[in-house]
Design a protein around this ligand. Structure first.
Ligand code: SF4
Length: 164
């Protein structure tokens, strides 16, 4: 059975920067959980960041690939450089996925770690820009397809493709 990596905050875990969850009400995630498919993971906590923690954004709104290549940093709203923790978290997510033979993930949109289609633009003003988070970029560089929580139809189609 194909397993699915999922952002822990979508599964009700209170791991976000503000100490809250972003629990998804999607019925397919509930079904996949009952089937034992889901592997919840929070890269930022796995990378050593505390709960709560200052919000963080990728410098200049660059994508996660720029962070992986060393071309951009991840900065917290207090000005501290949390790039190392984000990279460690991304590596942890990849290791968790590979340990379960995972080929797809459903992650929290907009996050500097988990964003699939959009991230914040680095200005801490609430503006999003197209791009991927650091974990998403590393997973995709390693052949794992990442879908945002608003793309579960596509994720379900891809899962069916993998299982037929
Ligand atoms: Fe959720 Fe990902 Fe942020 Fe962790 S890093 S709180 S899993 S969006």
């Amino acid at each position: 059975m194909e397993k699915v990596l999922v952002s822990a905050c979508l599964m009700g875990r209170r791991v976000r920067y503000d100490g809250r969850a972003k629990t998804s009400a999607d019925a397919r995630l509930a079904t996949w959980r009952e089937e034992g498919r889901l592997v919840p993971h929070c890269p930022e906590v796995a990378g050593g960041l505390p709960i709560p923690r200052p919000a963080a954004e990728i410098e200049g709104g660059a994508g996660g690939a720029a962070v992986l290549s060393g071309a951009a940093r991840v900065l917290a709203s207090d000005g501290s450089d949390v790039t190392a923790e984000f990279l460690a978290g991304a590596r942890s997510a990849l290791a968790a996925a590979q340990a379960s033979g995972i080929r797809l993930a459903v992650l929290k949109e907009g996050s500097p770690s988990c964003g699939a289609l959009s991230i914040y633009d680095g200005t801490f003003t609430g503006h999003r820009t197209p791009g991927q988070g650091v974990t998403t970029a590393l997973l995709e560089q390693n052949g794992i397809r990442v879908f945002g929580e608003d793309q579960i139809d596509e994720a379900a189609d891809y899962l069916r493709t993998l299982e037929t």
